[in-house]
Ligand binder design. Structure first.
Ligand code: GDP
Length: 365
């Protein structure tokens, strides 16, 4: 399963946020892929559509889809110089598919900041610099392997050589690879380099309890937003301490609590949704009387592969995907009416599954 790694300097609120994640935790029984790694937290993906489908179909059981966060502790200045812990940190980042960088935007005299003052841009740059330095090292190593072949006019090597030059120039100017522009062909090669700064990234601005309802008045948050806009990254505002409290509440209590605070959606729920999008994930549904269920797929896959997410037999014996879009089904009110209206399509092997599709797979056993 794809996973988003949570990183940040010490004392910015990572553990607090990760606690909230594990406490909100999904019921492991529903998710066979669930690992028992203490650094991995599994959350259910909040999705209004699942509630609506449950109302329509009235199944015996409703199962949301789930998503993994990985807690990556231990970034320190100098990580890229390969001091023990630093090295470990970088290898953990290498294994995640997206990065959620927590930055401290709350002031609190009782909680020391590693640099002595709260300055989120400084914090972001400390971490980004370590990742950039690590990437430069990877790029230089790669150069050594490609250079000779490029001199012999090897076509693939030449293409990579050109990209390496561009990447290196960017990195030397403090630009993460994700902020550079490439053609589609080049993107494939860039992906193969597995660079840390090419991973999709979002920033999590951790604000105080007092500011969470009106975070725009927090100057630090504004600065993080400006910084992120420059590299097309998203910013999610949370108060990690409050999320920790919310995670312990029952659903109805949670709604009341949020209302009292004056926020419409918890920061954690926003973070889950944003991370899910960042990873290029989307959701389709199955809706039967026994069970209404949400399933995660990678955008762009075809119907048989999507069937394989439920069971490998579904993929092997795939015949057709009876498909109706969520909107059409809700508009029709039930499956029979949607069918009368001709909105239930019989899709074949080449169909590219869309977010919100409600699917019934037909297959040979
Ligand atoms: P980590 O080192 O990044 O994992 O940081 P922790 O989660 O351990 O948090 C460091 C300290 O900051 C702890 O004392 C937390 O209670 C406190 N803290 C975390 N989030 C918030 C917050 O949103 N508001 C306030 N006031 N304190 C927080």
């Amino acid at each position: 399963a794809l996973t988003a790694g949570i990183v940040g300097l010490p004392n910015v609120g990572k553990s607090t946020l990760f606690n909230a994640i594990t406490q909100a935790g999904a019921e492991a029984a529903n998710y066979p892929f669930a690992t028992i790694d203490p650094n991995v937290g599994i959350v259910e993906v909040p999705d209004e559509r699942l509630n609506k489908l449950t109302e329509l179909v009235k199944p015996k059981k409703t199962v949301p889809t789930a998503f993994e966060f990985t807690d990556i502790a231990g970034i320190v200045k100098g990580a890229s110089k390969g001091e023990g812990l630093g090295n470990q940190f970088l290898s953990h980042i290498r294994q995640v598919d997206a990065i959620c960088q927590v930055v401290r935007c709350f002031e609190d005299e009782n909680i020391t900041h590693v640099s002595g003052k709260v300055d989120p841009i400084d914090d972001i740059e400390i971490i980004n610099l370590e990742l950039i330095l690590a990437d430069l090292e990877s790029v230089n190593k790669r150069f050594q392997r490609v250079e000779k072949l490029a001199r012999q006019k090897d076509k693939e090597a030449l293409a990579e050589y050109e990209i390496l030059n561009k990447v290196k120039e960017g990195l030397e100017n403090d630009q993460p690879v994700r902020a550079l522009e490439f053609t589609e062909e080049q993107e494939k090669i860039v992906k193969g380099l597995h660079l840390l700064t090419s991973k999709p990234t979002l920033y999590v601005a951790n604000v105080s309890e007092e500011e969470v309802a009106d975070s725009d008045s927090n100057e630090n948050v504004q600065r993080v937003k400006e910084y992120a806009a420059n590299e097309n990254a998203e910013v999610i505002v949370v108060c990690a301490r409050i999320e920790e409290e919310i995670a312990e509440l029952e659903p109805e209590e949670k709604e009341e609590f949020l209302e009292d605070l004056g926020i419409s959606e918890s920061g954690l729920d926003q973070l889950i949704k944003a991370s899910y999008n960042l990873l290029g994930l989307a959701t389709y549904f199955t809706a039967g009387e026994q069970e209404v269920r949400a399933w995660t797929f990678r955008q762009g896959i075809k119907a048989p592969q999507a069937a394989g997410i439920i069971h490998t037999d579904f993929e092997r014996g795939f015949i057709r995907a009876e498909t109706v879009s969520y909107d059409a089904l809700v508009d029709a009110g039930n499956m029979a009416t949607a069918r009368e209206r001709g909105q239930v399509r019989l899709e074949g092997k080449e169909y590219i599954v869309q977010d919100g599709d409600v699917i019934h797979f037909r297959f040979n056993v």
